[in-house]
Write a protein that binds this ligand. Structure first.
Ligand code: ZN
Length: 332
């Protein structure tokens, strides 16, 4: 596979010296969906966190609906057709319907009602695996009771800049009869292309993070968002097909990745695990994990007219630099 990139040059004249300034823009095309992305010269667009998250935690905790016993009275319950208990519990994680639904089956799963504040560096494999497990159980239950709702995804908005309205760490599941735009684009990728992409990145090595057994991790060649990582699970089409071993393996990789974000100074992220209908032959379950701007007063959003309205990534963190900074974490 040939990974497509070309360099555009912006020319301008320095107002003081009169010298010509040339600025390169590395435009890349994603090998799976064809979307394009601009890698800009580094200019510090994603500063490290300097916000007092614990102070905000103390302020938001007294009214948090996901904290302690409140979760059992302030959150809705699943219909009996989906789950007889109304909520799905695994370890400390608790799943319930999203009061503000995004789809016909829209759920929220809280990592732990006891952990209102969970900096990324303190995320544990156990918490991530248990939370993923509630989502997998939910997708499985929905698809069993409503087979037309066969498009499942597991997602996260973590911290306000990512779109989260609640401080308390949680995942969100969407199971629907309709794919999202990205699910539609990814499910249209010819099966050999996934293998070709993974083989190419493994051989090139500069964005390859590692193979944890059945899950393969790399840094996006053409990222939509800053420090974007991708993972692929060959042989699995939908999250509902993840068994306990694969959940544990995915949780391990996600925890390593989130700790790496913490080490880079990031505390906000988005996650999407893009499922296709379970019977989709050749589809490779895959995820994107993206860092978002840190919380701070008068902060700059990392999402601009390019991402929102042109569907074009624009980042000043070169994917190869991201890989160089975090690949050791995956090799440990
Ligand atoms: Zn809380």
């Amino acid at each position: 596979m040939q990974l497509t990139r070309r360099t555009l040059i912006a020319e301008m004249v320095d107002a003081g010296s009169g010298a010509v300034i040339r600025s390169p823009i590395d435009v890349r095309t994603d090998p799976l969906t064809g979307h394009s992305s601009r890698i800009l010269p580094h200019r510090g667009l994603m500063p490290a966190n300097d916000f007092d998250l614990e102070a905000l935690a103390r302020k938001s905790e007294p009214s948090c609906p996901f904290c302690g016993e409140r979760i059992m009275t302030l959150t809705p319950k699943l219909t009996p057709a989906i789950h007889p208990d109304g909520r799905i519990v695994a370890g400390e994680a608790v799943l319930f319907p999203n009061l503000h639904a995004y789809s016909s089956h829209s759920c929220v799963s809280v990592s732990s009602p006891r952990r209102h504040c969970l900096p990324l560096g303190e995320m544990t494999e156990r918490l991530v695996a248990d939370n993923l497990s509630t989502q997998v159980q939910h997708a499985r239950a929905v698809i069993a009771s409503d087979p037309a709702s066969c498009w499942a995804s597991i997602n996260a908005n973590h911290m306000l800049p990512s779109g989260s309205s609640l401080f308390h760490p949680h995942l969100q599941g969407v199971v629907d009869a309709e794919p999202t735009t990205q699910q539609r684009l990814l499910s249209a990728v010819a099966a050999p292309r996934f293998a070709d992409y993974l083989e190419t990145e493994r051989r090139l090595g500069e964005r390859w993070l590692g193979d944890t057994g059945r899950v393969q991790w790399l840094v996006s060649f053409a990222p939509i968002a800053p420090a974007e990582l991708r993972a692929f699970v060959p042989g699995v089409a939908s999250p509902e097909q993840l068994d306990d071993d694969l959940i544990a393996e995915a949780a391990h990789g996600l925890t390593v990745a989130l700790h790496a974000y913490a080490a880079m100074g990031y505390e906000s992220f988005n996650l999407a695990i893009y499922g296709a209908p379970p019977a989709t032959g050749g589809y490779v379950l895959n995820l994107r994990l993206a860092a978002r701007s840190n919380l701070r007063p008068l902060y700059r959003s990392d999402s601009t007219f390019l991402e929102r309205l042109h569907w074009e990534g624009a980042v000043d963190l070169a994917p190869e630099d991201v890989a160089a900074r975090i690949s050791d974490s995956f090799r440990r």
